[in-house]
Ligand binder design. Structure first.
Ligand code: SF4
Length: 80
């Protein structure tokens, strides 16, 4: 996703921004999070890795990939 211009980004109020995050998910593991400088593609700065908002979208990680592989293996097993 292309980074939006600052004035097009959501305000903290629009996305129920939490500082710090109350739940387990946080900006540092969100697909919209960018480093150096720390910022978000869709929400206005300041953004910190330990924060969260309701636009959170988890970066597809090893766990999801492993889960998919398990399903594929199971499907292959059933087909044989
Ligand atoms: S949780 Fe919200 S503010 Fe944080 S990086 Fe993701 S979209 Fe941006």
């Amino acid at each position: 996703m292309a980074e939006r211009k600052p004035k097009e980004k959501f305000s903290h109020a629009q996305v129920a921004y939490e500082h710090p995050a109350r739940g387990e998910d946080h900006c540092g593991e969100c697909t919209h999070y960018l480093k150096d400088p720390e910022r978000c593609e869709i929400v206005r700065s300041p953004i910190r890795a330990e924060d969260w908002c309701r636009k959170f979208k988890e970066v597809p990680g090893e766990t999801a990939a492993e889960e998919r592989k398990e399903h594929e293996d199971y499907a292959a097993h059933k087909a044989s």
